[in-house]
Design a protein around this ligand. Sequence first.
Ligand SMILES: Nc1ncnc2c1ncn2[C@@H]1O[C@H](COP(=O)(O)OP(=O)(O)OP(=O)(O)O)[C@@H](O)[C@H]1O
Ligand SMILES: [Mg+2]
Length: 511
Amino acid sequence: MRKDQTVVEMRGITKRFPGIVANDSISFQVKKGEIHALLGENGAGKSTLMNILFGLYEPDEGEILINEQKVDIKDPKKAIELGIGMIHQHFMLVEPYSVVQNIILGTEPTKGVTIDYAQAVRKVEELSAKYGLQVEPHQLIKDISVGMQQRVEILKTLYRGADILIFDEPTAVLTPQEIKELMEIMRSLVNEGKTIILITHKLKEIMAVCSGVTIIRRGKVIDSVTVKDTTPDELAAKMVGRKVSFSVEKQDANPSDSFLKLSNVQALDNRGILALKNLSFELKKGEILGIAGVEGNGQRELIEVITGLRRVESGEILIKDKPIHNLKPRQISESKVGYIPEDRHKTGLVLDFTVSENMVLKNYFYPEYNKNLFLNYDKINHHAVDLISEYDVRTPSETTPARALSGGNQQKVIIAREVDSDPDLLIATQPTRGLDVGAIEFIHKKLIEQRDKGKAVLLYSLELDEIMNLSDRIAVMYEGRIVGIVDPKKTSEQEIGLMMSGSKSGGEESA
Ligand SMILES: Nc1ncnc2c1ncn2[C@@H]1O[C@H](COP(=O)(O)OP(=O)(O)OP(=O)(O)O)[C@@H](O)[C@H]1O
Ligand SMILES: [Mg+2]
């Protein structure tokens, strides 16, 4: 195969869904050994296009060439035969099975009638050494980290002989360290002659590992450019159609009364080990308190005890001097607590409900949404139409099921609902995960707006940039404790990094 061979070419691909043209005559090419990015706003049509390449959807028009040969990819089986593999954003692994079992599932080598497990393990080990994909072959999926689960997905495609790998927002679920590792893995894959198509919203990643990028807006290709000839600003402007500001503009905070108070809170993790150790802090109205830390240092458990999803073993949590620990989530939410959860599929949305219904999921029983004994759908739909326009949710209509929305637009539905319910305390966990740069700018403004209205905002994000830009104070967690609360204006990413690794404590309330 020639070095400059076009490995993937899509020509004039059109795909229509009820009420929307998701892909509108899209054409683009990827050369051998390239990492090619697909960039575009939430709902632009990126996942749809890649689902077509992987045989999950059939295009209404257009053709696909693999290695310069016209092909008909009618299902994923055919895609795999052609050497295409896809790493989906929501992993498709079987949790109670081991790593190796998942990798070989459906392709088991046979020795007589029994599976030659030893041979499979050897092959997995070879692949894993060759590409730097570290896994523990005999661990169960449910017991390994998200980063390792993703490596299992990659190994699974390689095991099936993939030469073309599609990654749909692979870094959205990873920690900063795991992102670095994935970038290395991608480099080693192309060094070995593989070709990669990468969907990502993170311009930094595109600049770091991609050679080419195709920009899609509202189903159409806007441009294909070489990464070395462009800049993040230019890419952002091309994809959104206007200039995007990456810095967050805000005035100093005017914190007033204490709103949320934790005193000596202790809680266990899922394995029964102490995950929160004597944790105390206060959050005032009119401020954003950011929670920083390396994933797995108790942040998730902290959010769960405040939202009523996890038991507090000792200590107390007060909202305006009223204890709320160990109340039910609904009772806590009724104390005017809004919650943007981390996993939008598990806890944020009911995927089979419409966008409108999802937007009143927590307050459909309010008198304004009820008429006699029935739900007042006129009101509910009107409310949704307003929020769809305010939050720029890209959906064919307010009665479309949430399932049919793109990932980023599902996220916008949750944020719209939670912010619109006008909570006194807004808990935002990874609020901009999966959002395009334009939407991130908007959501950041919304969080600042809440603060300026005198609301208390608790922000948990693994993106240190986001924490630094938005927070008025930053609480750094390490091994279940708050090792310090710092002022972002008087600290550096480096200092916070040291605190996150436990090598330094600091700030007003160091423990
Ligand atoms: N199965 C489906 N049924 C109906 N509409 C769909 C379906 N899948 C996607 N769409 C619509 O097609 C459009 C493109 O969606 P797609 O998921 O491809 O966007 P995306 O570029 O991947 O966005 P994001 O960055 O948010 O993931 C959206 O308007 C979406 O609502
Ligand atoms: Mg998508």
